[in-house]
Design a protein around this ligand. Structure first.
Ligand SMILES: [Zn+2]
Length: 299
């Protein structure tokens, strides 16, 4: 009888203890859920948030964010998240309704906060969203992401700050590396011709001329005039390469390539990083790939 009681007590104690520790573990593993509009921002969130954050991108790999049509599950992702990171500069019109429907008090952080946009050359004054191709701007993206995470998760402030500092060091060395790589291209060959104008910040920061067939958004229709100007530019400057993009249909650029004899110098990541789990699946990897591709084709 006494043994039986002791046995029952032990069982109860074990149940109580495992019950407790089980709950604690769940609380401990409870990560913040951060939604990003595009894979580029999502990768930066992963770098800063580390294992405290579950980072999910609404636009997947290779998806064009300018013309994105939300999937049925997207509003739920937004409503169940702790924070939503957007680029801003008018890139994500489609996310506003989802945020609105999620109750209106969802925390939304624009990672371009504090930056001044370049504007559309064609005179409409639209902000150019592709600020991420100037690595210095991504330092601001990273700082904004860290600041927003700390605001909702003060407990892990030191962790996010450490991750931010580590990442900023990597960005600085990427920025330096790009500047020195571009020196390998003869000055008159420093021209990037692509499907849409995603590389103006890149061009401004690293000293290359850029010409996109479609302007700063893939929503714009390509004008015959633009095609003609591009062909003239290629002939006039004796350019030997044009570049296609992973998130944009390459058809027109391939035709220009045929017409002018300029070869397709490779595929660039513009509005999305590469496949998950690869080096190109990170912001730093995608930019490194772009620079290697551009330098190899133009030098
Ligand atoms: Zn774009």
């Amino acid at each position: 009888m006494r043994n039986n009681l002791k046995f029952t007590f032990t069982i109860l104690l074990v149940l109580l203890l495992t019950g407790c520790s089980g709950k604690k573990e769940k609380e401990k593993s409870g990560k913040l859920k951060a939604i990003s509009s595009i894979t580029i921002i999502n990768d930066i969130v992963k770098n800063i948030g580390g294992d405290k954050v579950e980072a999910i991108s609404i636009c997947g790999v290779g998806i064009d964010p300018h013309t994105y049509k939300p999937k049925p599950g997207d509003p739920r992702l937004v409503s169940e998240s702790d924070i939503v990171f957007i680029n801003g500069f008018a890139l994500e019109h489609w996310i506003e309704e989802m945020v609105h429907n999620a109750g209106g008090n969802k925390k939304v952080a624009a990672v371009t906060d504090g930056l001044t946009p370049m504007t559309d050359e064609k005179g409409y004054g639209d902000p150019d969203p592709h600020a991420w191709f100037d690595v210095k701007n991504v330092k601001t993206y990273s700082q904004n992401i860290a600041k927003a995470l700390i605001e909702i998760d003060k407990t892990n402030e030191a962790y996010y700050t450490q991750n931010l500092n580590n990442y900023l060091v990597k960005l600085d060395s990427l920025d330096k590396w790009i500047k020195s790589e571009v020196q390998n291209i003869p000055v008159e060959k420093r021209v990037i011709i692509t499907s849409h104008d995603a590389f103006r910040y890149f061009g401004r920061a690293y000293g290359l001329e850029v010409k996109g067939l479609q302007g700063i958004s893939t929503e714009a229709k390509v004008q015959t005039e633009d095609v003609k100007k591009t062909i003239d530019l290629i002939k006039e400057r004796k350019l030997t390469s044009v570049f296609i993009e992973t998130s944009v249909n390459p058809k027109l650029l391939e035709e220009i390539s045929k017409e002018t004899g300029a070869t397709v110098g490779g595929t660039l990541y513009s509005d999305s990083v590469g496949d998950e789990g690869t080096f190109e699946g990170t912001y730093i990897g995608a930019v490194t790939h772009n620079v290697n591709t551009i330098v190899k084709a133009l030098k």
